[in-house]
Design a protein around this ligand. Structure first.
Ligand SMILES: [Fe+2]
Ligand SMILES: [Fe+2]
Length: 143
């Protein structure tokens, strides 16, 4: 399996869980919202870890470039991590307005982030990491 396909599927799964959390908040069902939000947060944090600990270091090693796209992606992961905490707090306090205000910011950040990865970084990974793609995908699958 190509790196880009594997990673794109993970983005989609995270998007789905977040959409369910948003629907639950909209209904005012904060128990259900917490369940889906935690699923989204755990999966997304795991996805970030796979990138930061496996994929990005492999890319940086092969290209010799540690100051380029992977640096920007790591920075954006940290921005997202901060927003997860704020969203968790909004759910804990059953604060619908606060949740959607932060959710909008997070969705803009993540949509642009994922698009940059899918259209640029993963495409580059498919090319420069082709010889080790299978092994990298297996490591990320079991990480
Ligand atoms: Fe990322
Ligand atoms: Fe990603």
């Amino acid at each position: 399996m190509e790196i880009s396909n594997f990673m794109r599927d993970e983005h989609r799964r995270c998007d789905d869980a977040f959409a369910k959390a948003e629907q639950a908040v909209n209904r005012g069902d904060f128990t259900e919202a917490l369940k889906y939000f935690e699923e989204f947060m755990i999966d997304t944090l795991k996805h970030f870890d796979k990138e930061e600990e496996i994929l990005f270091p492999a890319f940086e090693e092969v290209t010799g470039n540690t100051e380029g796209p992977t640096r920007v992606m790591r920075y954006e992961h940290n921005q997202a991590r901060g927003l997860f905490e704020e969203l968790k707090k909004a759910i804990d306090q059953s604060d619908k307005a606060r949740f959607f205000s932060v959710a909008d910011t997070l969705m803009i950040l993540l949509q642009q982030h994922n698009m940059k990865e899918e259209q640029m970084l993963y495409a580059m990974c498919d090319r420069v990491l082709a010889p080790q793609a299978h092994q990298l995908v297996e490591r990320m699958r079991t990480h």
